[in-house]
Write a protein that binds this ligand. Structure first.
Ligand SMILES: Nc1ncnc2c1ncn2[C@@H]1O[C@H](COP(=O)(O)OP(=O)(O)OP(=O)(O)O)[C@@H](O)[C@H]1O
Length: 259
């Protein structure tokens, strides 16, 4: 039994009298502590699949199972969306401790308050923890949102382009930090990204999706020589470029096939 199992999931949206077949027959498994990425052209259903795994969207067909059971347990999941969705009337620290506050029915244990402060510090936004989201840049808000996602110790971490609003240097630093935290707590993670290098540097496995409808076109297992290294070091490894080339070739072939 796998930790996370996506079993024959298909999904159609219905709006303005038209159906959009977003996903068709997606089956994949993720073991505890593994990190997988979903990569593919715009509109191939990556975010839809993440929302289905989170339980926010119910698939038209198929199931998502966590530890073998029909999943409905939201406390398993930490979900970071493309937008930061910080509450504007709460300070950054209050935003980060909101999850623990709900989990502990209104009062945040000191250990989790300290964890929030530490995470914000490590993300490089500790100095603005008393500020409100409107006082921060987009990249700073994104970092605060990452701290909020990790603060509740979710067993499954879903990341929808978490580094897209960051400058390159910050992104490389945060990739390492996030990978380190996920390994420390043996969290299982699913990343949606357009960035091939990011997917290679962070993942154990990459699922390449094609569009119309969204289907798994290829699965790439990242070689041990890369996947066992922290993301920054992985990017320097001689095998990194050849892995990039294989995925790049496959993505281009998919583009040509779908016109
Ligand atoms: N709420 C919705 N109502 C109707 N159609 C939708 C809805 N959300 C997504 N779709 C459609 O479903 C398909 C998959 O969309 P989705 O956002 O999951 O793709 P994606 O791979 O995450 O795209 P991107 O990389 O651009 O973020 C697209 O054709 C999109 O237009």
């Amino acid at each position: 039994m796998s930790f996370l199992q996506v079993d024959n999931v298909s999904h159609q949206y219905f709006s303005k009298s038209t159906y959009t077949k977003a996903l068709h027959s997606i089956t994949l498994t993720v073991e505890k502590g593994e990190f997988i990425s979903l990569l593919g052209p715009s509109g191939c259903g990556k975010s839809t699949l993440l929302s289905i795994i989170s339980g926010l969207v119910k698939p038209t067909e198929g199931n998502v199972l966590i530890e073998g059971g029909r999943h409905s347990r939201t406390d398993y999941i930490g979900y970071m969306l493309q937008q930061d969705y910080l509450f504007p009337w709460k300070t950054i620290e209050e935003n980060v401790t909101l999850g623990p506050k709900i989990q502990h029915k209104g009062s945040v244990p000191d250990i989790l308050k300290q964890k929030a402060v530490d995470l914000l510090q490590q993300m490089g936004v500790g100095h603005v923890r008393e500020s409100y989201p409107r006082e921060l840049s987009g990249g700073m808000r994104q970092r605060a949102a990452l701290a909020r996602t990790l603060c509740t110790d979710p067993k499954i971490v879903l990341l929808d382009e978490p580094f897209s609003a960051l400058d390159y240097q910050t992104k490389l630093k945060l990739e390492n930090l996030v990978a380190d935290k996920l390994t420390e707590y043996e969290q299982t993670s699913v990343l949606v990204t357009h960035d091939i290098e990011e997917a290679i540097a962070m993942s154990d496995r990459i699922y390449l999706l094609k569009a119309n409808p969204g289907e798994i076109a290829r699965t790439f297992t990242i070689p041990d020589s890369i996947r066992l290294l922290p993301p920054f070091e992985a990017r320097q490894h001689p095998d990194f470029q050849s892995t990039f080339q294989s995925i790049w070739k496959e993505l281009n072939a998919l583009d040509s096939a779908t016109g």
